[in-house]
Design a protein around this ligand. Structure first.
Ligand code: 5CA
Ligand code: ZN
Length: 412
């Protein structure tokens, strides 16, 4: 699948520090040491209603990792999927009476346009579920060969007990898993299952639903195998970071880890699991099913500067849950005006410390709010909000402009 165009990113004259991240699996801070290129997988959208600000926060959050790694001198191989066939997409298409392929294409294009406007670096491999069906079939066959797959009517299930490490990614106990599972696509009560937590890897054909030929009969991929198969194909085993919103910690990333572990016990799926907090609106998590959404495209259509949207997202640390407030957008519009004014002066307060602080903050578990505070202070000193403008560094604006663009994705 086609990704979106890459923005130009300036190369900085200083190298950033190695990036440390909070790892969900161990609950601790880790500093992944990429062997060769850094390998990153971020779970992509299910394209039936894109792109709300929760999605945008997650993709901008991991864009900071992509940029921090590059600024630390690593090459990055970034992979993202598109769940372009799954229950929620088919249900929405049926509800609004539109062909599911057309709906997926339309929403995926909208997502590309939103990511382009927000200056999110595109993945090297942007991969749809439909185009990955041969990969999924191959993975299901490997899981079968490992004795971890069984049939319930026309559907194939993955047996979670086949993975001795099951639970290691989320760290949840069984009671918590059983509570969350049905809320996130699971079917614990289906008769014939060996364990309520087992998940579908191949869903047999249903009337009125799309289906593809396979050695297990006509059907379509389950959700979790899709990401496992795509990540393994494009990133190999034990890649550096598997990422997504915190709603994917369980069951999605746990199942991905489980599939990979059973298919190839010699290596883990990913070395590190990183999760973004949930963005809410009107008192609840912003979600397609709830309908309390603010869309990036709607803001863009009302002529909101995409850099102001990006700035609001950056004001919140990627791991916190937070609520979208329209007032913060208008504050960001004002702040950008100030920042642009300071940058237009050319000379300004010394750039060395602010550049170093921005890079250090981002390498410290992607602390964008701290990075922005450093820039706020530089702008205040440069404009002399206390009556003492500091223009001691003749090339300050050039250097600050470059780090804002390269590290924070703000092109001002
Ligand atoms: N296609 C699957 C992943 S394979 C999926 O979860 N799609 S999604 O469209 O529902 O979500 C896309 C990404 O946005 C996921 O990483 C998800 O964790 C994240 N996300 C969804 N809602 C929010 C929210 N309210 N706040 C922050 N991130 C969110
Ligand atoms: Zn995924």
């Amino acid at each position: 699948m086609r990704a979106w165009p890459a923005p130009d990113v300036p190369t900085l004259s200083v190298t950033g520090p190695q990036v440390s991240l909070h790892d969900t699996a161990t609950g601790s801070r880790v500093t992944p040491v990429p062997e060769g290129a850094a390998r990153l997988y971020v779970c992509g959208i299910t394209p039936y209603d894109a792109t709300h600000l929760g999605h945008a926060a997650t993709y901008v959050g991991f864009d900071l990792l992509n940029r921090a790694w590059r600024n630390a001198g690593h090459e990055v191989v970034y992979v993202q999927n598109v769940t372009d066939v799954d229950d929620p997409l088919l249900e929405r298409a049926a509800k609004v009476n539109i062909d599911w392929v057309e709906l997926a294409e339309r929403e995926t294009q909208l997502f590309r346009d939103d990511m382009t406007a927000l200056r999110v670096l595109p993945p090297a491999h942007y991969v749809g579920a439909v185009e990955s069906i041969p990969l999924v079939i191959d993975l299901v066959q490997r899981l079968q060969a490992a004795g971890s797959v069984y049939r319930v009517e026309d559907d194939l299930y993955f047996s979670v007990t086949a993975d001795p490490a099951f639970g290691q990614e989320s760290g949840l106990d069984r009671a918590a898993m059983l509570e969350i599972f049905p809320e996130r696509g699971g079917d614990p009560d289906r008769p014939g299952k060996k364990d309520p937590l087992d998940c579908v890897v191949w869903r047999g054909e249903r009337e009125g639903e799309p289906a593809w030929d396979s050695p297990f009969g006509r059907g379509r991929p389950g959700w979790h195998v899709e990401c496992t198969a795509i990540a393994q194909e494009h990133l190999g085993a034990a890649f550096d970071v598997q990422a997504g919103g915190s709603d994917l910690v369980f069951p999605h990333h746990e199942m991905c880890a489980g599939h990979a572990q059973v298919a190839d016990p010699s290596a883990p799926f990913a070395k590190t699991y990183v999760h973004a907090g949930m963005v809410g609106y009107d008192g609840a998590k912003m979600s397609k099913s709830r309908g309390n959404l603010v869309f990036v495209s709607a803001l863009r259509n009302s002529d909101v500067d995409p850099m102001a949207i990006r700035m609001v997202l950056l004001r919140h640390h990627y791991r916190t849950d937070w609520e979208w407030l329209d007032g913060e957008l208008w504050e960001a519009v004002d702040t950008l005006e100030q920042w642009r004014r300071a940058l237009s002066l050319g000379a300004g307060a010394p750039s060395g410390p602010v550049v170093a602080e921005v890079l250090a903050a981002l390498a410290d578990d992607l602390d964008a709010p701290r990075a922005l505070r450093a820039v706020d202070a530089w702008v205040a000193a440069t404009l002399g909000t206390d009556g003492l403008a500091d223009t001691s560094d003749p090339d300050a604006a050039l250097a600050v402009h470059a780090v804002l663009d390269a590290a924070l994705g703000l092109d001002l």
